[in-house]
Design a protein around this ligand. Structure first.
Ligand SMILES: Nc1ncnc2c1ncn2[C@@H]1O[C@H](COP(=O)(O)OP(=O)(O)OP(=O)(O)O)[C@@H](O)[C@H]1O
Ligand SMILES: C[C@H](N)[C@H](N)CCCCCC(=O)O
Ligand SMILES: [Mg+2]
Length: 203
């Protein structure tokens, strides 16, 4: 049983669609420890997967405001205690989706990084935009410095200039890529799940 932590170089880069593909590829469980905003990633996952083995676990913290968890929690008078965020038990593989990027704050001192266990396989979703090379190198180099086992998943329109330099400078393996899709459906998720399964099983 392996755990895959899906983070990204920022918010809105494709962590949820990537998580759905990993869940489908591995018939894994899914867990979003900290959810902010109404558009629930867990609901999106349930709409995009087809396998019947997956268990979608309840978030440890679900906050209304679509902003940083530390701020969303403060608005509700909640304190996010990372010591109270415990990975659910399962016999299946587990896909865990972060919130935003790795240094998004949970409170005044802890960030998402504090819930990434050393044994997790960390997938960094990289989507191209002007500024994404810097965000990618900051994210990946920080994770490597902290000793994590990291792989990149490129998402969206290809951009060779960015992708080549990010992989060259970081030396981190590329798990695969997800192209821009007009609509994200169960069938699209299944297509990428088939493509990515061998690399995930070998990791
Ligand atoms: N390859 C793709 N093709 C088309 N649309 C995409 C693709 N990847 C992501 N999107 C769309 O971009 C938006 C952001 O994607 P997603 O919700 O997966 O980001 P996220 O990183 O999970 O964000 P958050 O930090 O809120 O969890 C969504 O509307 C999603 O449908
Ligand atoms: C609301 C959004 N969809 C995510 N759930 C939270 C993103 C927090 C980003 C914080 C930041 O880096 O500025
Ligand atoms: Mg998401």
């Amino acid at each position: 049983m392996k755990q895959f932590f899906v983070t990204g170089i920022s918010t809105d880069v494709g962590k949820t669609i990537t998580s759905a593909i990993l869940v489908e590829a591995l018939q894994a469980d899914y867990w979003k420890p900290v959810q902010t905003g109404d558009d629930s990633d867990s609901e999106t996952i349930s709409e995009l997967i087809s396998n019947t083995k997956t268990v979608i676990h309840k978030s440890s913290y679900s906050l209304k405001a679509p902003i940083s968890p530390h701020a969303a929690a403060a608005l509700e008078g909640v304190y996010i205690d990372h010591n109270k965020i415990h990975e659910p038990k399962t016999e299946n593989h587990m896909v865990i989706e972060g919130a935003g990027g790795v240094l998004v704050p949970l409170n005044d001192s802890d960030t998402l990084l504090d819930i990434i266990m050393p044994t997790y396989h960390v997938v960094v979703v990289v989507k191209h935009y002007l500024g994404s090379i810097n965000h990618s190198l900051l994210t990946i180099k920080w994770l490597l410095l902290k000793g994590y086992d990291v792989a990149i998943l490129f998402n969206g329109e290809p951009n060779a200039a960015s992708e080549d330099i990010i992989t060259k400078i970081t030396g981190v393996p590329v798990l695969g890529r997800i192209g821009h899709e007009d609509t994200l459906t169960k069938e699209v998720v299944k297509k990428y799940a088939e493509q990515l399964r061998p690399a995930l099983m070998a990791w």
